[in-house]
Write a protein that binds this ligand. Sequence first.
Ligand code: KG4
Ligand code: ZN
Length: 339
Amino acid sequence: MKILGIESSCDETAASVVTGERAILSNVILSQHAAHQPYGGVVPEIAARSHIEHMDDIVARALGTAGLAWGDIDAVAATTGPGLIGGVIVGTMTGKALASVLGKPFIAVNHLEGHALTARLTDATQFPYLLLLVSGGHCQILAVEGVGRYRKLGNTLDDALGEAFDKTAKMLGLGYPGGPAVEAQARGGNAKRFAFPLPLKGREGCDFSFSGLKTAVRLSVREVALDGVVAAQDVADICASFQYTIGEVVKDRMRHAFQAYGMHYASKTLVVAGGVAANQYLRSCLESVAGEYGFTLIAPPMSLCTDNAAMIAWVGVERLRLGLTDTLDAEPRARWPLV
Ligand code: KG4
Ligand code: ZN
């Protein structure tokens, strides 16, 4: 089985071919980061135009790199949400057009399911598993029971974790996307210099909140800035203290999650997914807290944590196997919660 996957829900135009045997035959990604960088965040109109301009070429390259002809493709899977609607429409329409012309099934993929099932592509992880899904737009703890079967254990009450990284980066003038920049700065900083609040620490349940932390970071930036300029060591110290705090918050929330999950499921697998899962410090925190509860951490390679089309093609594999295909009426959706 060979599935073509298409992803365009944010600022990556991506296409990939993945097989039913978990082989990634191609994984082409065109990042628009440079185009959005001057604005400090993704500009939806610029993103949509760029997707239109590049999509055909990216899809052709995915097919070419895989060494395949159109007739070799068994189904076309495209992200139909959630995301920036202009980009989602481009990917959805491209996927539908290809499926229609090729006479092959179309699979409408939820981008979050792409992140959620990546560990099955990379590590053949068995259901059920506990999932920490942390991206630019989402921050959730879920029990993954099967394809399309999720139970929500926790959610963010305000910002997503990636958003918290991006906003911190913006306050410090580190550009977009902020996560990798904050992580790099944190390596040279003193994590103990700023004692930021630990939102919801000790509170029952598995929900997250990052707005208090954001305010604390803003106040610290103001405090150390001289004529609006923050010295290099101050930037590093704020990033290190911020990232340390995030680690503590995530460990605290996960302790609750292991207990809540353990009441219903016997499996001891924790998967981390989404762009923020690329963060090495967060991975090490998860590794240690998972160990406390006898869980094994599965973290996909960094390149498959951030947005890509291999994860979308893989959802296509999983869904086609179950006969879960879609009609050409499937609609692009800006909002589409997993549960
Ligand atoms: O999954 P993703 O690529 O796109 C969405 O679906 O949102 O996640 C992007 C988010 C951004 O907020 C970005 O700053 C964050 O993931 N991110 C990171 C790192 N790499 C990407 N956050 C922290 N550390 C990183 N190394
Ligand atoms: Zn994503």
